[in-house]
Design a protein around this ligand. Structure first.
Ligand SMILES: Nc1ncnc2c1ncn2[C@@H]1O[C@H](COP(=O)(O)OP(=O)(O)OP(=O)(O)O)[C@@H](O)[C@H]1O
Length: 241
């Protein structure tokens, strides 16, 4: 579903080159949930930005559902709107919009008819257990509730791919579990593919596969989601694909 072919990316400061990604090849299947691990500075954010079609300044090729993604900004913007969803550690909801309006936002951008928007957002509100909060502003909600809104927003337009950056890092155990459970359940219903940067065992243990970045290089897939920072050494069964 998502293919990365020889992705290379450097940052430049004056004439000095800082290579961040050094030839990444990756093939992610439709409906697969992939955890991206790696120590600070290994290139996770850089890779997520490229997979999320937010950055086009790199070498190599991305294929989404078999089609090469061109560098044309307009095409990338349309693909992002229609085929991608995003979940962030700090939720990134729009504070002046209600919960309903936040979830509806991708559909509004895509020009979906208001009747359909109402039906689809209501479905998602039920699915994430927040129907009673539809007219609330995000600042009236707990962190876990806000992340469930963010998840509903990421999935409402049935994207092919959701990019998530440490989606459970700000949540307590119970709410982290709820969010992971919803990602798995709604993701499976929609056959959504997820790429999730995470060190959180509560998240990674539910992923189908863990890939590990180190110094801009994808390590062989491994059964330990460790980190040079000495975080939990987390025994992990990797489903071979
Ligand atoms: N704008 C920038 N200019 C120069 N170097 C950068 C820039 N952004 C990132 N880098 C460098 O690129 C490398 C990869 O950074 P990146 O942010 O992708 O890592 P990361 O794994 O997401 O780190 P963290 O877990 O700390 O967020 C690092 O060496 C970083 O210092």
């Amino acid at each position: 579903m998502l293919q990365l072919l020889q992705i290379q990316k450097s940052y430049w400061q004056g004439e000095i080159e800082y290579p961040a990604l050094k030839g990444i090849n990756l093939d992610v299947n439709q409906g697969e949930m992939v955890a991206l691990c790696g120590p600070s500075g290994s290139g996770k954010s850089t890779l997520l930005n490229i997979c999320g079609l937010l950055d086009h300044q790199f070498e190599g090729e991305i294929r989404l559902a078999g089609t090469k993604v061109e560098k044309d900004p307009k095409q990338r913007m349309l693909l992002r709107r229609q085929q991608l969803g995003f979940v962030f550690q700090r939720f990134n909801l729009i504070p002046v919009m209600t919960v309903f309006e936040n979830i509806a936002y991708p559909l509004t951008l895509n020009g979906v008819h208001p009747t359909q928007i109402k039906r689809r957002v209501s479905e998602l509100l039920e699915a994430v257990g927040l129907a009673a909060f539809a007219q609330h502003r995000p600042d009236r909600l707990s962190g876990g509730q806000q992340q469930r809104v963010a998840l509903a927003r990421a999935l409402v337009h049935e994207p092919l791919l959701v990019i998530a950056d440490e989606p459970t890092a700000s949540l307590d155990s119970k709410t982290a579990q709820q969010v992971v459970g919803l990602m798995r359940t709604i993701g499976a219903q929609q056959n959504t593919t997820f790429i999730i940067a995470s060190h959180d065992e509560r998240m990674t243990q539910h992923c189908d596969r863990i890939i590990h970045l180190q110094d801009g290089v994808l390590q062989a897939e491994r059964d330990l989601c460790d980190s040079v920072l000495g975080e939990n050494m987390n025994k992990q069964k990797v489903l071979s694909r």
